[in-house]
Design a protein around this ligand. Structure first.
Ligand SMILES: [Mn+2]
Length: 295
């Protein structure tokens, strides 16, 4: 297991989102002590950022070179996301899909082995079979494309609403259904697995230590943040009610070898520049402590 954090932890500044180039974020995180980063490609379909530019392939190679020079890895990345079964829910789904394909290629060119995706669910229904079928069809071409670049597709659990009294536990929020989806995809594509997001899992209200055990070798990536089971706050661990000791012991027992990657970008997004480096260093120390619980 290797401690990591999202490039988004520094990229969004009080003066706006996506302000700091990804490569600069990587350098800054290296200075704070990190030796692995989770490359966040998300805003790149909405703003004029690295993957929207004509030289995006050169940029991806440069990113790989910078990681190499710094002695860093990027074990996982996050591709742009939306409700992929409801393309009309965003103004530019076709363009977003193009940026997702570029993100997969960029991952391959920069040496990133796992790309994290969100699935979708049909609006207004909770029909597990229909959602399963829709997600299967959506992910097949991506499993194939990613395979050509030596990249794995990790499908993330999204937040359900059971804990808040709702019933919206869909294909990608419920661990059993997520495993069913990945299991069916694996029959054809060996490079498919799960990204388990602990914040989303807490909102869904499941026993996350048990889920880690059940996921077995499907677990390819994790997103680390905390909340109180009400909103997706993306807080640091211990700023919520996730039982981190049990979670870390489960990761240790499972022999998880991927990135232990924070997704706590809200921590620094509104923070004055003067306080950022010290905060990033604290997150590193906290992560080192958490990982010691897994041993
Ligand atoms: Mn996540």
């Amino acid at each position: 297991m290797k401690l990591s954090t999202t490039t988004a932890i520094y990229r969004d500044r009080p003066e706006g989102k996506g302000k700091i180039p990804v490569i600069e974020c990587v350098r800054r995180l290296h200075q704070a002590g990190y030796r692995d980063v989770d490359i966040n490609f998300n805003l790149m379909s909405k703003m004029d950022l690295e993957l929207s530019k004509p030289d995006w392939q050169d940029w991806a190679r440069e990113l790989g070179e910078v990681l190499g020079e710094l002695g860093m890895t990027a074990l996982q990345c996050h591709v742009p996301f939306y409700n992929v079964l409801e393309p009309d829910s965003i103004p530019n789904a076709e363009y977003t899909e193009e940026i997702i394909r570029r993100a997969v290629a960029a991952a391959g060119n920069a040496g990133i082995r796992t790309a994290v995706f969100h699935g979708g669910s049909y609006e207004g229904t909770c029909d597990p079979e229909r959602n399963l079928k829709g997600n299967l069809e959506y992910f097949k071409p991506y499993a194939e494309l990613a395979g050509k670049y030596g990249v794995s597709v990790a499908i993330e659990n999204l937040p359900g609403t059971k804990r808040a009294g709702g019933d919206k536990d869909t294909c990608t929020s419920c661990p059993e259904q997520l495993l069913e989806l990945c299991g069916r995809l694996r029959k054809e594509y060996g490079n498919v697995g799960v990204c388990w997001d602990f914040g989303h899992g807490n909102l869904t209200g499941c026993d996350q230590a048990r889920v880690i055990e059940e996921l077995g070798d499907y677990l390819l990536a994790v997103h680390v943040s905390d909340n109180y089971g009400i909103g997706d706050d993306h807080n640091l661990p211990y700023q919520g009610n996730i039982p981190w000791k049990q979670v870390m012991q489960a990761l240790g027992k499972a022999g998880y070898q991927g990135a232990f990657a924070y997704e706590t970008h809200k921590l620094t997004a509104a923070m004055p520049e003067e306080m950022v480096d010290e905060t990033l260093r604290y997150t590193y120390r906290l992560g080192t402590y958490l990982m010691s619980l897994a041993e």
